[in-house]
Design a protein around this ligand. Structure first.
Ligand SMILES: O=C(O)CCC(=O)C(=O)O
Length: 272
């Protein structure tokens, strides 16, 4: 755990391999398929299509997803990183459909939570679970190492907030423009996060990141949980719906170990 905390503090992200075993990843993917059989708020589509781009707020409707976000490693990491109790600010699956899943332009996450949700400080952390293998062809996340230390990289743009749906589209509201991106990449480079199903990708909400279209014939599902420090909960009501911005700020407690499957995950956790 210590080494991952240090990497995240230094470079803004880390990869933790093989946290969720394949049977558990299969269970998550089946639960997503079942979830999509019913209509729910928070499902968004690629522009002018019926292709699901992302599903938001699943933990509000299905306890399976809430329990997953309480896995020991995830909670312990987030608590340590933020030095506080934590709650889930946002929970989503980015589906990136085979050959049709669209890009995420260069951006940081915190500006959305500041402008849209009135969260005062970037004391949050993203923990993503790869639900498929993610090779280069599938549009992996791409990070600029160390960019989380430079504050809001979109602040000089003439950007006007719109409807919440723009915040989750391939035409994002707050993007990092070419003038800012050029020196960042020249000085710090970039890193694609190719990984395996079951790996975790942990990243700071100020880290500059993007991902391209899924050019492969395989799905690229990524589950993302965003934890906020309880002491950083907003004091003003968000402009956005609850599936994008939590209204429940009560601290999370760890998922008790109930089954052999959970036991396995917990053993993996303890080895780190
Ligand atoms: O799923 C991806 O590739 C990008 C996700 C992302 O940047 C975001 O959700 O903020």
């Amino acid at each position: 755990m210590e080494k991952y905390l240090e990497q995240t503090k230094q470079q803004g992200f880390c990869i933790v391999e093989n946290i969720f075993p394949s049977f558990y990843v299969d269970m998550i993917n089946k639960s997503i398929d079942n979830y999509l059989l019913e209509s729910h708020d928070g499902i968004v589509y690629e522009k002018n299509t019926s292709i699901v781009r992302a599903i938001h707020g699943l933990h509000l409707f299905d306890p399976f997803f809430m329990e997953l976000a309480k896995t020991n490693f995830l909670l312990d990491f987030a608590r340590e990183y933020l030095s506080d109790d934590i709650y889930i600010h946002q929970y989503k699956i980015n589906m990136k459909a085979a050959m049709d899943g669209q890009s995420w332009p260069w951006h940081q996450d915190y500006v959305y939570w500041k402008e849209g949700d009135y969260i005062e400080s970037p004391r949050l952390i993203n923990i993503a679970v790869a639900l498929d293998d993610i090779p280069m062809l599938s549009g992996p996340l791409c990070f600029i190492p160390g960019s989380h230390r430079f504050g809001d990289l979109t602040k000089n743009n003439d950007l006007v907030a719109g409807d919440w749906s723009k915040d989750v589209s391939a035409n994002l509201t707050y993007q990092i423009d070419k003038k800012v991106l050029t020196p960042l990449i020249e000085n710090h480079g970039y890193e694609f996060v190719v990984c395996k199903a079951g790996d975790l990708i942990i990243f700071d909400p100020q880290l500059a990141h993007s991902s391209s279209n899924n050019l492969s014939p395989f799905e690229r599902r990524l589950l993302l949980v965003n934890y906020n420090a309880v002491s950083n909960a907003p004091t003003k009501k968000s402009k956005r719906p609850a599936f994008l911005s939590s209204v429940d700020f009560s601290p999370l407690s760890n998922n008790p170990c109930k089954s052999k499957d959970d036991q396995h995950v917990m053993e993996v956790n303890e080895n780190d």
